[in-house]
Design a protein around this ligand. Structure first.
Ligand SMILES: Nc1ncnc2c1ncn2[C@@H]1O[C@H](COP(=O)(O)OP(=O)(O)OP(=O)(O)O)[C@@H](O)[C@H]1O
Length: 591
């Protein structure tokens, strides 16, 4: 997306504000040029003979001060109008970004890391903000000063004017050539910045693991390499940029001096010589304004490249709701020939799955690690899109269910739930903000969260830290279960949702879940066969394929993978880690 295209997305009032800002900056640039041009008054007035030196000495400073004052006022008013307009434009952009983050399928985030998206929403939008609120206006002002001074210079001495214009032409040519050089360093700048941000974020997130494995020197040296690469690219970019600006300014200065020498050699009177001198002063003034504009042009380019990266993310296709949209009125789920292939994997995670999940019952999904159990839940919640086949809820293809409706129908409790750095109560109320306090208290008692609340200084009002970091894994899971129960949706997806709870707590939570989720369509992913055995219906997966489905008794009798998994669980229940090697505990050996 180009900056100009971005303006097109903003409300009319914002566009008007930006145009008014540009017009005012144009006027400010004109005032600056006229202030400089007063230095050339002797040339217009026959060496001041026509108006008298005394009058000139009084009038010129007044004119200069007046013009400078007008310039300051025009610039200030431009800022007051332009800045709110620019901030309004980037607010539109930030909203569009946040909306889009919700609208795209989750696999988009394997290409756009959270560090990169964070940079886009903050740093890149800020660059667009700077481009609109400041750089573009100042650029117009500088170019207005340059243009007007060059025009006046041409009027005073066509020779110097021609030389200066030739210098400007050469400047434009060298800028164009050096731009191509700079563009190469510039193109590498953003990916290197993104990579450094991603590595730093990863370093911070993985700090405990890095310490636990004594890997600090290794990780630090990797980080230093990435940061060093970024430094090298930045230095190369800045050197090329400033080199281009300096050489461009020098080209025009040389052309002006050559033009002055030419004009002076042709001057036949003192007045002609004065005019040549004044024209040269105007041309040098024009050159200074042009040189100043290079910095604003660079800021504009940064804004342009930021807008391009923002546009690239906004172009990622959102999850669409296929017409005609439909809302299911029952909540059985059916998989029909569903295949899921993740990017970068040669084997599909799920292959041609056909099975049904009855409405209002509990269905367990079991299978070895990596069999594709969690992927099934991700498909139902539409966190992922199936590569082939159809998933229906109540007979309606989920691609036809509007995203907001699906989010209302389906609650997903992950193994490692995310908590917001907000009060505990707010985290539980996430799905139903209007829930009453007594509902929360009753729920807390049901799922064993009451003892957690009691142990916190401010009870429900305690802030749980970044990603819920002040709570244990089991406590976070109880919070996630409580908020799922409070939301009370017709479909509930539980992905190893009680895996961090001890046996007593798990029994308590399971009893509560059975009561709270009675009559809901519940899909449970679990490794514990004792949990799966209690489900109404069980789906068995291996290597992305369906290898069994039915009740516990039916699957045991079939003596397939399910029976083996049950047997393995029973065996491992009696095993312990001994001082020397693993072996059956004495209790198990007795059995
Ligand atoms: N985001 C992803 N990108 C690429 N491959 C993935 C992704 N998520 C899962 N996979 C792969 O898909 C396959 C199925 O993964 P899935 O998490 O669904 O299995 P699972 O049965 O839930 O495993 P576990 O019991 O270990 O949690 C695995 O081979 C896994 O490596």
């Amino acid at each position: 997306m180009k900056l100009i295209a971005l303006i097109g997305r903003t409300p009319r009032s914002t566009r008007v504000g930006i145009v008014v800002q540009l017009l005012l900056q144009l006027a400010a640039g004109g005032c600056a040029a006229l202030a400089i041009a007063t230095l050339a008054v002797p040339a217009w007035t026959d060496g001041a003979q026509s108006i008298g030196t005394g009058l000139l000495v009084i009038l010129a400073p007044i004119a200069v001060l007046g013009l400078i004052g007008m310039r300051i006022v025009a610039s200030a008013v431009a800022g007051r109008i332009g800045m709110p307009a620019a901030f309004a434009a980037t607010t539109v952009l930030r909203r569009a970004l946040l909306r889009h983050v919700v609208d795209v399928p989750l696999d988009v985030f394997s290409r756009w890391s959270s560090a990169r998206l964070g940079m886009i929403a903050t740093d890149q939008v800020r660059k667009v903000e700077i481009a609109f609120s400041f750089a573009v206006g100042e650029l117009v002002s500088c170019w207005a000063t340059t243009g007007l001074l060059l025009a006046l210079c041409c009027a005073l001495s066509w020779r110097i004017g021609a030389a200066a214009l030739l210098g400007v032409g050469l400047y434009a040519l060298t800028s164009w050539l050096s731009d191509r050089l700079i563009a190469r360093a510039f193109a590498a700048l953003q990916p290197a910045t993104n990579e450094a941000a991603r590595r730093i974020e990863e370093h911070l997130q993985g700090l405990a693991t890095i310490r636990a494995h004594g890997a600090l020197p290794l990780r630090e040296s990797a980080l230093t390499t990435v940061i060093g690469r970024l430094r090298d690219i930045m230095v190369a970019h800045s050197l090329r940029l400033s080199g281009a600006v300096r050489s461009g300014a020098a080209t025009i200065d040389i052309a002006v001096f050559a033009g002055f020498a030419w004009a002076a050699s042709q001057a036949e009177s003192a007045a002609a010589l004065t005019a040549a001198g004044c024209a040269a002063v105007l041309a040098i003034g024009a050159n200074r304004a042009l040189a100043r504009s290079a910095a604003y042009l660079a800021l504009l380019r940064l804004g342009e490249s930021a807008a391009a990266e923002i546009g690239e993310f906004l172009a990622a296709p959102p999850l669409t709701c296929q017409p005609p949209a439909a809302i299911p009125d029952r909540f059985d789920i059916a998989f029909d020939g569903v295949t899921l292939a993740y990017d970068g994997r040669s084997n599909a995670a799920l292959r041609g799955l056909d099975f049904k999940v009855p409405a209002g019952q509990v269905t367990a999904i079991v299978g070895p690690s990596g069999a594709g159990k969690s992927s099934i839940l991700a498909l139902v919640a539409r966190h992922r899109e199936a590569s082939a086949g159809t998933i229906t809820i109540g007979g309606v293809d989920i691609r036809r269910i509007p995203a907001e409706a699906l989010a209302q129908f389906v609650t997903f409790v992950e193994q490692e739930p995310f908590l917001f750095n907000r009060p505990l109560g707010d985290n539980v109320r996430l799905g139903r903000p209007e829930a009453r306090q007594h509902e929360l208290d009753a729920l807390a008692r049901d799922v064993g969260l009451d003892e957690v609340v009691a142990g916190l200084d401010k009870g429900w009002d305690s802030i749980v830290g970044e990603a819920g970091g002040t709570l244990s894994g089991g406590e976070r899971q109880r919070v996630a279960i409580a908020r799922a129960a409070l939301k009370d949706s017709p479909i509930v997806l539980l992905d190893e949702a009680t895996s961090s709870l001890d046996a007593d707590m798990e029994a308590l939570v399971r009893t509560a879940l059975a009561r709270r989720f009675a009559g809901r369509t519940v899909l449970i992913v679990t490794h514990r066969m004792s949990i799966a055995a209690q489900a109404d219906h069980i789906v068995v997966l291996a290597d992305g394929r369906l290898v069994g489905a039915g009740t516990h008794e039916v699957l045991l009798a079939a003596d397939g993978l399910y029976a083996k998994l049950c047997e393995a669980e029973q065996r491992s229940a009696g095993w312990r880690l001994g001082a020397g090697r693993a072996g059956p505990s004495s209790a198990s050996a007795r059995r």
